[in-house]
Design a protein around this ligand. Structure first.
Ligand code: NZQ
Ligand code: ZN
Length: 395
């Protein structure tokens, strides 16, 4: 087990009706005027924005609104948000939505006190020393941004859409309000994408070379098993509160780094997927459903017993002691069945991606010597092979 420091000071409010406390919680954290930041239409249509506005008014917190965050959030709106916050003297950014809205809010929050271009933090190796506080009312269990120190933004650089992530302590939400009922309105596809992303956040940590990490392995397997059990329930009944609630808390636990503090983490599947969602503007979870099993198939021989452990402890496969590689492969197959049954794409065609784009995708990921991942270090030719596996997968 590695040494670690773990500090995630988010104030969480979980359960039915908790969004009604938004104004009070903003006040508690010293906000006088907030930027109410949201996405396309879902939170307006459901009446959530109106409820949050009422709660802010009741608590005497002023607000200015900026909607229109797209999935795979764009830098353009971040620039607008930074200007608006400066002009209006905003002291907290309140995101009402999913990972895209929260990440857009985080980027605005780091840009407001910074004199340069906020994109420096994504490309230029700069680290923010301060940022406005960010609070969120979460509407989709997926990205885990409500508890993570990450922020992922799309920006057009030299005519190419770059999707870049940052991991800074200043990105950690000051508060997060999680009402599982708010996810009842999610389309089945978004529900499934969310579950896939949650599981992949655990995989990026679970598949490690760090020995003697049993405590956290057990937590990883518990979170994964929970999603495996709850996903079919929410696909069948979107109003199943207990299943929604367990998935929502899994979203946070999967990515606030509790499950990764003690080990070397991988992140190759995520980095490869970010090239897909940058290029095709597909949902991040859908891209992962295609990339992650291909990554697993490519790397499992590096540590067959760890993949067999996943197959048995998470996917409920039988251990084949004579041929553990069969167990490992049956775990990957069971995972693909789970995701396929939930309506996720399982190959390039189903995702809307093209095999002939693979050289461009690989070129976009970095220079000739670029590598990804740690479980098995991947060079560009490995990434091309993983994408080819992903392209050709049979359902
Ligand atoms: O824009 P609206 O109309 O709200 O629709 C959204 C959007 O179309 C819809 N939606 C959200 N809540 C809903 C709802 N529809 C009905 N009812 C609800 N309650 O769902 C769609 C997807 O929303 P989005 O916020 O994009 O989803 P998600 O939470 O999966 O976020 C994805 C983004 O997060 C990044 C991804 O790369 C992607 O850009 N990630 C962020 C991470 C982080 N900050 O820690 C880590 C992740 O690995 C990931 O990279
Ligand atoms: Zn993710």
């Amino acid at each position: 087990m590695l040494n670690f420091n773990f500090y995630r000071p988010t104030d969480f409010y979980f359960g039915r009706g908790e969004e009604k406390r938004t104004g009070e919680v903003c006040r508690k954290h010293g906000a006088k005027k907030v930027l109410l930041h949201f996405g396309g239409q879902s939170a307006v249509k459901s009446g959530l924005i109106a409820r949050v506005e009422q709660s802010l008014t009741d608590a005497g917190v002023q607000y200015v609104s900026l909607g229109g965050v797209q999935p795979n959030p764009r830098a353009e709106l971040v620039y607008q948000g930074i200007e608006l916050c400066r002009k209006e003297g905003v002291d907290l950014v309140l995101a009402v939505g999913g990972g895209s809205v929260i990440d857009s809010a985080k980027a605005i929050a780091m840009g407001v006190p910074y004199e340069g271009d906020f994109w420096d933090f994504f490309m230029g190796g700069k680290v923010p020393t301060t940022a406005l506080p960010v609070g969120c009312v979460l509407t989709i269990a997926a990205a885990g941004s409500e508890g993570s120190n990450s922020c992922v933004i799309d920006c057009v650089v030299d005519g190419i859409v770059k999707k870049k992530g940052t991991n800074f302590q200043t990105n950690v939400c000051t508060f997060s309000i999680l009402n599982p009922e708010l996810t009842f309105t999610l389309p089945p596809f978004q529900t499934a994408c969310g579950a896939c992303d949650i599981m992949c956040h655990v995989f990026e940590r679970y598949f490690t070379n760090t020995p003697a990490v049993k405590m956290t392995d057990e937590l990883c397997e518990g979170v994964l098993r929970t999603v495996v059990q709850m996903l079919p329930r929410v696909m069948k009944d979107p109003h199943d509160y207990e299943a929604r609630a367990n998935i929502m808390w899994a979203s946070t636990l999967a990515h606030n780094n509790l499950l990764g503090v003690d080990r070397e983490q991988d992140w190759a599947s995520h980095r490869i997927e970010h090239e897909l969602s940058a290029f095709y503007d597909c949902a991040h979870g859908a891209g992962l459903a295609v990339v992650c099993p291909a990554w697993m198939t490519y790397v499992y021989k590096h540590d067959v017993m760890r993949f067999a452990q996943f197959a048995v402890n998470v996917m409920g496969c039988q251990m084949d002691y004579e041929h553990p590689e069969n167990t490992a492969l049956s775990g990957i197959a069971a995972l693909r069945r789970l995701w396929g049954d939930a309506g996720l794409p399982l190959n390039f065609k189903e995702l809307g991606a093209k095999r002939e784009d693979i050289p461009t995708l690989v070129a976009n990921i970095g220079g000739p010597e670029h590598t990804e991942g740690h479980f098995l270090v991947l060079h560009k030719h490995d990434i091309a092979e993983i994408l080819t596996l992903a392209a050709d997968y049979e359902r």
